[in-house]
Structure formats: structure tokens, C-alpha cells
Design a protein around this ligand. Structure first.
Ligand code: FMN
Length: 443
């Protein structure tokens, strides 16, 4: 438990997300397509690593429906994390409902995916969506592929909205397709913008969704009057690996017995994720003995570090200065600038904002940095002195204007008694994942 909290703190500090690291339910804000998205991240208490399910709500709904809250609670009990969020223009998220489209909801979901995929505790990401959220889930999974989205559950997925937009009737409201109004006002006063209709009309929902090759479960009520279950049946046909569960007499919200649908969802994820995931976690633990830690003042080394971490299946840690470097600080032409002063004094040790909580678990640590004055920046010396690297292999890598990595490795070795610090290598910003993998394998 302590380790988990520590890992969460490192994550929160590293990514600067301002979350309450001590709760199992965290309110987080994630930048979406039309402003900030309000999200709830729910994590199991008793695990350090866990699979995560993204929950995507339907048209004009929100993240706090009983359906999603219950699924999130059940998943948590089964050791699976979840994130549910309000799409733009919905619930507590920013944005105007009238600007919402399927396309910008897909972008919102992609941003949430990026957010959770950076969490070091998350071993895999799956997605479940209800109604319009089901359509978004299908498109998201197709775009990211089965390597990134492990499994998909579509609850009464509303592919009907494409046909509704084509034929001039959406959510019970008729409109003239040859002369689209600026908005369509729904009962209750909400307005669907013209852009929503235009994009829904053009959207090849089945064609796009079919590109996903991972496992899919479709759940649909046979008494669904909003999205007839034939749409669910069609989804089953387009997929490479899909199951369809028809719930006799159930409506769009899974009345009369929502708990049945909830249990099907959680059982599916439990079966799919926990058996495989347990193996995966063990495997993962073995693989996660590699860490890529990097300092990057202007983002170049960060890009290379992320590519390297992906190439070798490593964890990633950003070495961030307690006091960020300003542009003036980085001015190497000014002898009085902070970087010049620090680099002139080899004993200078700029403070680092956070620590790697589980450094003892890593055998190999890649340490990345920009070359400053032909060597490693002083903050790397701080990093090297902050841990016991005894028995570990440390492999430096760098980016620079043109200088090679020089004596950085030797300097770092002097600060890490008992470690094996290699010479390392300088890379161009454009170095590919394949080149990095090849180099890492040779070390
Ligand atoms: C203070 C300072 C000193 C630098 N010294 C060198 C150097 O000696 N040789 C070199 O080729 N590039 C040098 N550079 C350029 C950086 O190494 C290069 O732009 C690097 O890719 C930046 O990486 P980053 O975006 O991760 O910070 C220096 C940059 C700064 C800010």
C-alpha cells in the first residue's frame, strides 16, 4: 500500500496533475478538445499494478450515472482501475454542448487515454462505452489499435445516429437535411449544433470501428427503443473477435435490471484482464526492471527518452528541477546565466523536484540529458548522488547541438560507487525507436 501511494505521488508530482494521491477515487482534470474534462480516477487499494478501463457516457449524459458508478465500484473490487469523465459540454466538463460532436468526443477520449497510459501503475487500458459513448469507444479503439486498447465493451452502441443524421431525425426531433438549421433544440432546451449533424452524417461508424482487431463484447437490450438491437447485431458482424449478449426485454438504460448488465461488463473485464493481467503483471515486473530517467530543458531529450522507454519496455521518470529553468537561465552566451554559473562549478547540485520511489527495483537505468558545455548538466550529478546505484547498470544517453557525449559517463561513474556506468551515446532528435532499440540491445 505504501509503495502504491509513493508511486502515485511520484506520478502526480512528475506529471504535475495536482491529484489527491491518498484517495482511491481521485477527481482529476484533463485537458480535452474543448477545455478541461472533469474525470474520476478510481483505483484498487491493494495492488501496485492494475489494468484500467475507460468509461464513456452517452449523449447528454454524464460520468456519475448509476451504471458507471456501479461498474467502477465492481471493477475496483476486482482489482481493476477505471476512469470516467464528462465529455466536452457535458456534466462538469468545460465546453458548450452545442459545439460537441462525435469527432471531438473521440479527441477527448484520446486525451484521457494519453493521460492514463502515462500512469506507471497501469498495465493495460480497455474501454467501455454506453450509447453514443459506445460509438466513441469503437472509434477510439480502432484508432489506437489492440496494442493500446486491450478490450472493448459496447453497451447499446448508438450507430443509429449516423442514419438519423442522414434521414433528418435525431433524438426524436425531425429536421430538414437539405437546409440544416444552426441547431436543433431538444426537449429540455439542449441544442445539438449543426456541426454535430454534419459530421454524424459523414461518419462511417461501422467501417472505422471494424479496424479494431482486439476482443469486443456488445451488450444490447431487445426492448431498446432508442437504439434498436439490430445495431448491436451489426456491430458483432463487423468485428474480428466479438461476442454479443442480447438481454431480453431490457431497454436502452438496461431496465428492468441494470445490475445484470453491470455484472456482465465487470465479469467480462475480470475474465479478460485479470487472468491475463496477472501473468502480464509478473512478466511486466520482470520487464519493468528497466528505468529511463531523463532531464530535458527544452523537450528534445524528452522525446528521445520516451521513444527509448517504449522501445525497451521501460518505466519513464522525468528529472524535473525544483526551480524550473527559464529561457534566461539557459542562455549559454551569458556567463552570468544560471546554467553558466552552475556548469562552471562542478560541485553545484541543483535540487530535483521528486524522487523515483522504487529505484531498488531497477537493474538498468538509462539516464538521458542535453549536453551542456560538453558534459552532463549539474542536475544529472544531483540525480546520480540521490540514489544507491550499487549493482545497477547505468547507461547515459544525450542530445546536443552537435557535441558527442564525451566524458559524461566517466563523470557519472565517479558519483555512483559500485555501479557500472557505461560510456553512453549522443543521439540526434530524429533517432528512431528501432535505432534506439538496437543500441539498447547492444549494451
Ligand atoms: C546551457 C546550454 C549549454 C549547451 N551546451 C552545448 C554543448 O556544449 N554542445 C552542444 O552540442 N550543444 C549544447 N547545447 C545544446 C543542447 O545540448 C541541445 O539543444 C539539446 O538537444 C537540448 O536538449 P533538451 O531540449 O532536452 O534540453 C547547450 C544548450 C544549453 C541550454
Amino acid at each position: 500500500m505504501l509503495k502504491r501511494i509513493a508511486a502515485l505521488i511520484v506520478w502526480a508530482v512528475t506529471f504535475g496533475l495536482g491529484v489527491d494521491a491518498f484517495a482511491a477515487k481521485l477527481n482529476v482534470e484533463i485537458p480535452g478538445d474543448h477545455g478541461k474534462l472533469a474525470a474520476v480516477l478510481q483505483t484498487p487499494d491493494n495492488r501496485e499494478l492494475y489494468p484500467l478501463v475507460m468509461l464513456l457516457h452517452g449523449f447528454s449524459s454524464h460520468k456519475e450515472t448509476k451504471l458507471f458508478k456501479n461498474i467502477a465500484d465492481d471493477l475496483e473490487k476486482d482489482g481493476i482501475a477505471s476512469i470516467r469523465f464528462d465529455f466536452n459540454g457535458h456534466g462538469r466538463s468545460e465546453g458548450d454542448f452545442q459545439d460537441m460532436t462525435i469527432a471531438n468526443e473521440v479527441t477527448d477520449a484520446e486525451k484521457v487515454y494519453e493521460y492514463v497510459s502515462r500512469m506507471p501503475q497501469v498495465t493495460s487500458v480497455s474501454v467501455a462505452g454506453h450509447s453514443q459513448g459506445g460509438v466513441v469507444a469503437g472509434i477510439l479503439a480502432a484508432g489506437l489499435g489492440k496494442e493500446k486498447i486491450k478490450s472493448v465493451v459496447l453497451l447499446a452502441p448508438a450507430a443509429v445516429l449516423h442514419y438519423g443524421a442522414l434521414h433528418g431525425v435525431l433524438f426524436g426531433k425531425e429536421f430538414d437535411i437539405r437546409n440544416l438549421p444552426e441547431y436543433i433544440e431538444l426537449r429540455g432546451g439542449r441544442r445539438i449544433g449543426r456541426r454535430y449533424v454534419e459530421t454524424a452524417k459523414e461518419l462511417d461508424i461501422y467501417g472505422i470501428s471494424a479496424k479494431y482487431k482486439g476482443p469486443v463484447l456488445i451488450i444490447h437490450g431487445t426492448a431498446d427503443r432508442i437504439v434498436p438491437y439490430s445495431y448491436g447485431e451489426r456491430y458483432k458482424e463487423i468485428y474480428h473477435d466479438a461476442d454479443l449478449k442480447l438481454l431480453k426485454g431490457f431497454d436502452h438504460a438496461f431496465n428492468p435490471d441494470r445490475a445484470v448488465a453491470e455484472r456482465i461488463v465487470t465479469d467480462y473485464f475480470k475474465k479478460r484482464l485479470m487472468t491475463q493481467e496477472n501473468d502480464f503483471s509478473k512478466e511486466d515486473a520482470k520487464m519493468k526492471k528497466i528505468l529511463v530517467a531523463y532531464f530535458s530543458a527544452s523537450g528534445v531529450t524528452a522525446k528521445v527518452a520516451k521513444r527509448l522507454a517504449k522501445a525497451v519496455g521501460a518505466d519513464l521518470f522525468a528529472i524535473e528541477p525544483e526551480k524550473p529553468y527559464t529561457e534566461a537561465d539557459l542562455n549559454w552566451q551569458n556567463r552570468q546565466s544560471r546554467s553558466s554559473v552552475e556548469m562552471n562549478d562542478h560541485s553545484s547540485r541543483p535540487a530535483i523536484a521528486s524522487k523515483v520511489a522504487n529505484m531498488n527495483e531497477y537493474d538498468t537505468v538509462f539516464v538521458g540529458f542535453p549536453i551542456w558545455w560538453y558534459r552532463e548538466p549539474s542536475i544529472i550529478d544531483t540525480f546520480m548522488e540521490a540514489y544507491d546505484f550499487k549493482g545497477k547498470t547505468v547507461i547515459p544517453f544525450a542530445t546536443s547541438g552537435s557535441s558527442p557525449i564525451g566524458d559524461a559517463g566517466k563523470n557519472m561513474q565517479n558519483l555512483a560507487t559500485g555501479a557500472k556506468v557505461l560510456k553512453g551515446k549522443r543521439f540526434a532528435e530524429s533517432v528512431s525507436e528501432e535505432e534506439l532499440k538496437k543500441w539498447a540491445d547492444e549494451q
